[in-house]
Write a protein that binds this ligand. Structure first.
Ligand SMILES: Cc1cc2nc3c(=O)[nH]c(=O)nc-3n(C[C@H](O)[C@H](O)[C@H](O)COP(=O)(O)O)c2cc1C
Length: 195
């Protein structure tokens, strides 16, 4: 059986980002038969404008859409800036949300995780991201909520040391894989019905 591929996007391109570190840990904890690839280059995307979209779409936006389209599932690591997601992540989601109704997030199995320096661990940013994904019609994993609070105290040389956070990370990955498998079954069943 071929490997399932999960594309992971970090909402921070900061060197030493806790959210990117969280994705590195997810990569190491991935279930058997699952590969997590961390997308590089969200900072190369221009700010979304309809003038850069359409037939002459910006090459970085095309690359992002193709990467999302070809992945079986998406894992978003969401930092919190001023009680919301970062502009970097919102911009990536805006680019991914066109053409309207036929874009790459429709029905896409997606999970949200996040780390922040506060005791709320990016929950406000995660909830905003959940709303945006609702607009995009993504198929979002509801539980568990992976909130790495006071992030600077939870990593050591990039490794996530918090046992509860590690356990929740494993669970959210399992739930994402279950969602991918269910969505594959539904797709196959509807294709069989149509033929
Ligand atoms: C502009 C800015 C706004 C921030 N706002 C929040 C916030 O609202 N809530 C929070 O928990 N942390 C906030 N932080 C702290 C971030 O959680 C912290 O910088 C975190 O490490 C960012 O994620 P990263 O490590 O993946 O880059 C803010 C940081 C910056 C630079």
């Amino acid at each position: 059986m071929s490997k399932l591929e999960i594309l992971a996007l970090s909402g921070s391109h900061r060197h030493g980002s806790f959210n990117t570190a969280l994705l590195d840990n997810a990569k190491r904890l991935a279930p058997k038969g699952v590969e997590i690839k961390i997308y590089e280059g969200l900072d190369k995307l221009p700010f979304y404008s309809e003038e850069l979209d359409g037939d002459s779409i910006h090459p970085e936006a095309k690359r992002l859409r193709e990467a999302i389209a070809s992945a079986d599932g998406i894992l978003l690591a969401v930092p919190e800036y001023n009680f919301s997601m970062t502009a970097l992540l919102k911009n990536a989601l805006d680019w991914s949300s066109r053409p309207a109704g036929r874009h790459v997030f429709v029905g896409k199995p997606t999970a949200i995780i996040g780390a922040s320096s506060s005791i709320l661990g990016s929950i406000r940013a995660q909830l905003h991201t959940r709303e945006v994904l609702h607009a995009l019609q993504a198929d979002v994993v509801s539980r568990p909520e992976v909130l790495v609070t006071q992030a600077a105290t939870k990593f050591e040389d990039g490794a996530l040391k918090d046992e509860t956070a590690r356990l929740f990370l494993v669970q959210v990955l399992d739930n994402l894989v279950a969602k991918i498998n269910t969505s594959e079954l539904i797709k196959t069943a509807s294709q069989e019905k149509a033929s």
